[in-house]
Design a protein around this ligand. Structure first.
Ligand SMILES: [Zn+2]
Length: 187
């Protein structure tokens, strides 16, 4: 376990079933075991918290990263378990927690299909093989987090390197995750 953790408070929608809750708690443990990201279960508190629930049963997604506008407007960051309804979907839940803390899919990084600050492109896309409906999943999103330039020990983004396992974890305990991306639902 890391001695210092980035703590992300979350709560379950009241009444959410135990199958989803138990599996999600295991996903939280997996993150804590391998990274400095520690999701902490709290009582329902829309302020600076994440609500984990079953908002749409035919999907499984998370809001992407922390968005300060959500709090300003009284919105809650959501992680929808939907069809991720038991331990069989542990891997998907672990994946969604990655989105929750701001990670986008690799192929959407600015350096995926273009050169970006001297890095990339890393992927050669065969667009003809991708059905039109799926193209947006492979088009780059310039807001994607790609690491911190490391502006010193107070740089809050420093703890979120692209390889999260190697994160340096200098964010003081209790500090919320820093906004770096527009919140929007992502699978
Ligand atoms: Zn995803």
């Amino acid at each position: 376990m890391w001695e210092e953790s980035v703590r992300v408070p979350y709560y379950f929608t009241p009444g959410l079933d135990n199958n989803r809750k138990d599996a999600f708690r295991e996903a939280v443990r997996r993150w804590a075991a391998s990274t400095c990201i520690l999701l902490v279960e709290t009582t329902p508190d829309p302020k600076m918290s994440v609500e984990v629930g079953n908002f749409k049963s035919n999907s499984c997604w998370s809001d992407l990263g922390y968005n300060p506008w959500f709090s300003n407007y009284g919105w809650v960051h959501q992680l929808n378990l939907g069809w991720c309804n038991n331990m069989m979907y542990l891997g998907s839940m672990i994946h969604e927690i990655g989105h929750l803390v701001g990670m986008n899919h690799e192929q959407k990084r600015p350096d995926a299909v273009e050169s970006y600050h001297g890095h990339g492109p890393y992927l050669k896309m065969h667009w003809g093989n991708i059905p039109t409906d799926w193209r947006p999943q492979y088009e780059l999103d310039r807001k994607s987090y790609v690491g911190s330039a490391d502006d010193g020990p107070r740089d809050p983004l420093r703890a979120m390197s692209t390889t999260i396992m190697e994160a340096s974890c200098i964010i003081p305990v209790g500090m919320p995750l820093t906004p770096w991306i527009q919140g929007n639902e992502i699978w």
